[in-house]
Design a protein around this ligand. Structure first.
Ligand SMILES: [Zn+2]
Length: 84
């Protein structure tokens, strides 16, 4: 019987979360990397098309459009992504 590696991963959010790393099995606080999600690129494109290039970069500055990627600080393993 095998156990899912993700079984010990609690729900991820916008803050660092204590998890057991599925890769190195250490109990760590996740490292968060904010990434612009796909929706911000579409929003940028849309704003450019609407001739408002000044505002096109706005979505990249808003956390609302960011994905929060959680990774292990010890082995850099990808643990999960919190999408808003
Ligand atoms: Zn790890």
């Amino acid at each position: 019987m095998s156990t899912s590696a993700n079984a010990s991963i609690p729900p991820l959010g916008m803050v660092s979360t204590q998890v057991t790393c599925p890769s190195c099995h250490a109990v760590v606080m996740t490292t968060i990397t904010k990434e612009s999600s796909q929706s911000s690129y579409w929003c940028c494109l849309l704003l450019c098309v609407l001739a408002l290039p000044c505002f096109a970069l706005v979505p990249f500055c808003l956390n609302k459009f960011k994905d929060f990627r959680h990774s292990c600080p010890l082995c850099s393993a990808h643990i999960g992504v919190y999408k808003q």
